[in-house]
Design a protein around this ligand. Structure first.
Ligand SMILES: Cc1cc2nc3c(=O)[nH]c(=O)nc-3n(C[C@H](O)[C@H](O)[C@H](O)COP(=O)(O)OP(=O)(O)OC[C@H]3O[C@@H](n4cnc5c(N)ncnc54)[C@H](O)[C@@H]3O)c2cc1C
Length: 405
């Protein structure tokens, strides 16, 4: 049979897209192809589990809008499907005068983004979080926590209930677009669909190239390494504790994150990954390394970020250095508090000229839409992102019920 829609990738973006299409076009036939034996095994299942409120992003940008709407949709989806989440709030802590200045700028930005934020002085911060020190803080009440793998699995249930098919263990190996359909192979298995949507995260550049799409970026993997606090220290904070981000760096900095299972993680940092999907420390994949070594954009990123890269690498190999980052705002932590925890790996899209792509990037052909970049907070924003993609692809769709939209 020829499906109306085929979606590659059983991460939260692929599933949210499939769910949105199934809801918009209940009669459409739809299949999700995921190469792993379960859903959400990569970025979706290896992240901080934070429902971001969207204070960081440029006011009026798609990222800010999707995040604000996404936080609400995620919480509503969890309520409807009995998935535990908690709106525990987050504190962004400034530890010196420069960070205080950045904190004030962030406060202005959150107001423009329409997000309720409270400014705290050092004494009020101490009162709310006795283990945390700083010269001031912002309190974002609406930030929450959830297990995104559970969210992804609940989305899959919705898709199946609507008649959609989810094929696990289906690693896509070839894609052929013609004027009437797209032929997809996953090893020996063959599928055809009128439209293809690729949401392949860490493999998104390879899937685009496999489909013959011209792109001038590549995915460079950045590991985000975490530790976990011992259970006896789980009560150390009541909120999520974040540093004030350095505007020069693309990542948010090492934070203390309460997890929905009651644990507390410390992290993540950001170091170059030697394997796109290898989670243990020192994982190496020869193809992954060869790909970024051959890519000119990679060397430009390294040159531009040499100092911070060496610093991050040093802290990755030297626990005391890593600890020093969190002790800036939580001085009672000790090396013994940092227990092993699985890393996450970010799919960082980098252009040939060395520019890091921070926004969503979609590349469309007549019958395909490739999600080439879905950076953090794409887990939070997944439901409205799925809506945007579904609107784009169903508008193109020649399926008869498109007329109903
Ligand atoms: C360390 C870290 C912390 C983060 N923290 C947060 C946070 O707290 N809050 C937040 O909102 N966001 C966070 N993010 C970002 C968020 O997790 C990602 O943006 C989001 O999960 C991206 O989802 P995705 O579906 O695009 O990718 P993925 O979850 O990576 O899914 C892609 C899927 O495609 C599949 N695939 C790839 N190739 C093929 C193929 N050939 N055939 C079939 N299937 C294939 C993969 O197996 C995978 O399941 C974090 C990310 C990281 C790495």
């Amino acid at each position: 049979m020829t499906y109306d829609f085929c979606i590659i990738g059983g991460g939260i973006v692929g599933l949210a897209t499939a769910m949105n299409i199934a809801e918009r076009q209940p009669g459409a036939s739809l299949i999700v192809l995921e190469k792993e034996s379960s859903l959400g095994q990569h970025q979706t299942g290896h992240n901080s589990g934070v429902i971001h409120s969207g204070i960081y992003y440029a006011p009026g940008s798609l990222k800010a809008d999707l995040c604000r709407r996404g936080a609400e949709s995620t919480k509503n989806f969890c309520r409807q499907h009995g998935i535990p989440f908690e709106t525990c709030g987050k504190l962004l802590v400034a530890t010196n005068a420069i960070e205080k200045q950045r904190m004030d700028a962030l406060f202005e930005r959150s107001i423009k983004n329409g997000i309720k934020v409270e400014r705290l002085d050092a004494a009020e911060l101490r009162r709310r979080e006795p283990e945390i020190v700083g010269v001031g803080a912002l309190f974002v009440e609406s930030t929450g926590i959830v297990d995104y793998r559970r969210v992804a699995n609940a989305m899959a249930d919705v898709i199946r209930k609507q008649g959609g098919t989810i094929e696990l263990g289906a690693a896509v190996t070839s894609i052929d677009e013609s004027s009437t359909e797209v032929a997809i192979a996953a090893g020996e298995r063959r599928f055809t669909a009128k439209r293809l949507i690729a949401c392949a995260g860490l493999q998104s550049d390879r899937i685009a190239k496999l489909a013959g799409v011209k792109i001038d970026h590549e995915i460079v993997p950045f590991r985000g390494e975490y530790y976990q606090l011992p259970a006896a220290r789980n009560g150390i904070v009541q909120h999520l504790i974040y540093p004030i981000p350095d505007p020069e760096l693309p990542f948010l900095g090492i934070h203390l994150t309460r997890m929905i299972d009651g644990g507390v993680t410390v992290g993540p940092n950001a170091v170059l990954g030697l394997a796109r999907e290898g989670y243990p420390k020192l994982s190496i994949n020869v193809r992954d390394v060869a790909d970024f070594i051959r890519f000119p954009g990679f060397w430009k990123v390294i040159r531009k970020n040499l100092k911070s890269g060496i610093y991050e690498m040093r802290n990755s190999l030297w626990k005391t250095g890593y600890l020093a980052e969190c002790r800036k705002y939580c001085p009672s932590l000790s090396v013994e508090d940092l227990l092993p925890y699985e890393a996450g790996i970010r799919a960082q899209a980098v252009q040939k000229d060395g520019t890091l792509i921070h926004d969503f990037l979609f590349v469309e052909t007549e019958r395909m839409l490739h999600v080439c970049n879905a950076p953090s907070p794409a887990a939070t924003s997944a439901i409205p992102i799925g809506g945007v993609i579904a609107a784009k692809i169903t508008k193109q769709n020649d399926f008869e019920s498109a007329a109903k939209l």
